[in-house]
Design a protein around this ligand. Structure first.
Ligand code: DAH
Length: 351
């Protein structure tokens, strides 16, 4: 067999085996086998040129070099080929179809009580009140004593309190605040001189059996305005305006006398029933009375004004407390307060 014939056969075998290679590792193994610098078959042939008889050396060398370039070319072509295939595969598996509609992003929203809280605060801000905050874990002093609810006072029983277990001087002195009223004193303490005009929103806690109108956690807004010459008519004007902003311009309000230790006189404000407008004996919202109680208020007790370092002979004020869940129940006609905190998205998504 001539040198050329055997080189041709080698080339055929090499190319056939390269054609079978499918992945980089196989191609590399092939390269090492044929073109590897130490043990490659073609390399061995090139090394063998010197051992050929003088008259065949040139032809052998030429054939070996020809084989080497042929295989190198085939290798480069094969590698190109593989790359192209990989790219083609990518464009089918990971193609971006710019004509597809986007995936909808689930949109969150504010909880109905938060929405209501913000609307209430906005109503007061528009009347010149600023927003302040106070702690949820409160001293019994601020929650009760400073608000004129001493230990032996029956009014202390109005609240079933959640106490913090830690004893201080042998006594429980901290609790989860039962109302936002402690912030009346807190705000005055850090305001050296009237005027004071704040609303203080926040969560309050009561150890309470829950039912359709009671939750053990509730949101309140405390309001406080203290200045020279603040009168009951100011209280009425501000709260009337609040009712109209929240429940419609045509609202009417009525004030009844009530008792809260921290105000004198104390009142409860009701507004006309915007559901039945006073005509429905079976109205679930006003129970046929035509009126809906919405908040407690009053003129700040002079003792509290004086304790804050102000002079009750000169400074007077009014205060109010609003249950935000109650406002939310009313404005949307929700029947059970427990809906708010059961986290049922079907309920919450409606608002
Ligand atoms: N703190 C009272 C409560 O939780 C609400 C309240 C009533 C606040 C009358 C006031 C007020 O500021 O004047 O039931």
């Amino acid at each position: 067999m001539s040198t050329e014939d055997s080189f041709d056969q080698l080339r055929t075998r090499a190319l056939a085996s390269l054609a079978e290679a499918r992945v980089d590792a196989e191609i590399d193994a092939w390269r090492v086998e044929w073109l590897g610098r130490t043990d490659g078959r073609v390399t061995a042939l090139l090394r063998a040129v010197r051992e050929q008889p003088q008259d065949q050396r040139a032809a052998f060398g030429q054939a070996a070099n020809g084989l080497k370039s042929a295989l190198e070319e085939a290798l480069a072509a094969k590698q190109d080929d593989l790359k192209r295939q990989a790219l083609a595969a990518l464009s089918t598996t990971q193609a971006i179809d710019v004509t597809l509609p986007g995936r909808p992003q689930p949109l969150g929203r504010l909880h109905p009580v938060t929405q209501t809280l913000r609307d209430c605060l906005k109503a007061f801000q528009e009347m010149g009140f600023r927003v302040a905050e106070g702690p949820e874990v409160e001293w019994a002093y601020y929650n009760f004593d400073a608000a004129r609810i001493p230990e032996d006072h029956p009014a202390r029983d109005m609240w079933d309190t959640i106490w913090v277990n830690t004893l201080i001087d042998g006594e429980r002195k901290m609790l989860l605040r039962t109302h936002t009223t402690p912030n009346q004193v807190r705000v005055m303490e850090r305001t050296p001189e009237p005027p004071v005009r704040v609303v203080v929103p926040g969560k309050c806690y009561r150890q309470e059996a829950t039912d359709a109108t009671h939750e053990w956690m509730l949101t309140q807004i405390e309001g406080l305005a203290v200045d020279e010459g603040v009168r009951m008519s100011d209280l009425k004007g501000v709260l009337y305006e609040f009712a109209r902003k929240m429940f419609g311009q045509e609202r009417k309000v009525i004030f009844h006398h009530s008792y809260f230790p921290f105000v004198e006189p104390g009142v409860e404000m009701a507004m006309d029933c915007f559901i039945c407008r006073g005509s429905g004996a079976e109205c679930k919202t006003c129970h046929g009375t035509g009126w809906i109680e919405i908040l407690g208020a009053g003129m700040v007790h002079p003792e509290i004004i004086d304790n804050a370092g102000y002079d009750s002979a000169k400074h007077t004020g009014f205060a109010f407390g609003i249950g935000v869940e109650r406002v939310a129940l009313l404005r949307w006609g929700i029947e059970d307060i427990r809906n708010f905190y059961q986290n049922d998205l079907r309920f919450l998504r409606q608002f």
